[in-house]
Design a protein around this ligand. Sequence first.
Ligand SMILES: NC(=O)c1ccc[n+]([C@@H]2O[C@H](COP(=O)([O-])OP(=O)(O)OC[C@H]3O[C@@H](n4cnc5c(N)ncnc54)[C@H](OP(=O)(O)O)[C@@H]3O)[C@@H](O)[C@H]2O)c1
Length: 502
Amino acid sequence: MSAPHKEPPPSCAIVIFGANGDLTKRLIIPALYNLARAGNLPEQLALIGVDHNDRTSAQWQGALRDFLAQSLAKGGGGAIDDKLWNPIAEDMTFLKGDFEKDETYKQLGDLLADLDKKRNLGGNVLFYMAVADRFFGPIAGKLGEAGLVRQDQGGFRRLIVEKPFGHDLESAKALNACLLKYLKEEQIYRIDHFLGKETVQNIMALRFANGLFEPIWNRDRIDHVQITVAENIGIEGRGNFYEKTGALRDMVPNHLFQLVAMTAMEPPVSFDAEDIRAKKAEMFKAVHALTLGDVVRGQYDSGVVAGQQVAAYRKEENVAPDSNIETFVAMRVLIENWRWAGVPFYLRTGKRLAARSTEIAIRFKRAPYALFRETPVEELDADWLILRVQPDESIRLRFNAKRPGPAMALESVAMEFKYKDWFHQAPAVGYETLIYDCLIGDATLFQRADQVEAAWGVVEPVLKGWANTSPRHFPNYNAGSEGPSAANDLLARDGRSWRTIK
Ligand SMILES: NC(=O)c1ccc[n+]([C@@H]2O[C@H](COP(=O)([O-])OP(=O)(O)OC[C@H]3O[C@@H](n4cnc5c(N)ncnc54)[C@H](OP(=O)(O)O)[C@@H]3O)[C@@H](O)[C@H]2O)c1
């Protein structure tokens, strides 16, 4: 598995397609810088950027350095440390080229061969597709046709695929088929940046490194699970993207289902990537395909968020005034296996909600009867284990305790472990572990083809159903609220209610 980061990865070239783009400057380069700080960069590293914009290598390097310097200054990280930056900047080459032209790959092949000789990179190359998803297939195809992903001459050839991986089951299958035409599954690293978060990886430690939790981690003790990924921001000027995507496609088959998998998978026999991925895939097989009745969609109206009046989704830039795209989705997911039969997993995610909050909340069954005079069992609070992923990373256990005094009065209290109180947290943008793992060839935190397809298979009936029925009451929740009332009905039907988003 990813940590501990002991050894630097082998020397290699990293080729970034989309070198001039947002992801490269905001996340990939800062992640490399943070890896340099931790001593986790390869001894020899050559960075090649491919993009159709006009740039010299010096201009590319300078622009990335300036952006990094600004972000460090803004985040209180001080000035750039040249001891860390220089090994990254030492061999940065910008290759101007079109992703869809053969010529680009001919030049790239020549460049890689040159750099390999000059820097002794052992033939190792990591290709990073930091590009819009419509290019994933074409770039992989062109790399394959140019022979650049063949591993038979020594050295590794790996490919990072960004999100979204497909728009539905059919397109995910087609993309997998396209990638697998030239690459083996073990060369493909499908990124889900949620899995780069320490708290998400810690779910496995919590479950499998402690004797305490696993015996109660099942339908005998757990009543239900709530997973919330709430954002208070809107679509941040990405109307064109969001109008084609919506909350379900954007968040559910990838991020939310990864959180479900981490919570619900069976214990693997080892922390080997294949063992973990096999257990996740098994879990996805047990998830019952959703029906329209299991899912609620919503779209935000105007409202007040953090004291500011904000516009309705339909008034955002590049959004149709009668758009039916959902900005909120809630669902009830059933996992049909021995461990989870009868334990619903309620999932919700949305934009412009009351707060930014990502958490997995596990509600335990109530005590079977109240021993305490004048405390009917239904008045006892149930116990909760709450794994907070953001903004404040923590694990909190809520349980009943006796309030001091002569009467036997009970009150729900909490014990809390906060990451920042226990561990020094090195500066991170969330891509460090993911990139490091690709460099050392550890695929644990990446999605395998069968997982991706199984996840799309679960939501497929809803996507098809929604394509044929217009939502009736859009917009149906105010910005700054907890989402549409229909989401509350979804749980009320089962005699349950959502935790407050805060
Ligand atoms: N940005 C983020 O924060 C973020 C976060 C998570 C995941 N992602 C994922 O990362 C990927 C990249 O996102 P991004 O926001 O970085 O995209 P982006 O800003 O559009 O970057 C793509 C780069 O590729 C260039 N390009 C476009 N067409 C080209 C072509 N035919 N040949 C050569 N170069 C071409 C673009 O140039 P022009 O713009 O000049 O055309 C741009 O410089 C996407 O899959 C996205 O979903 C992004």
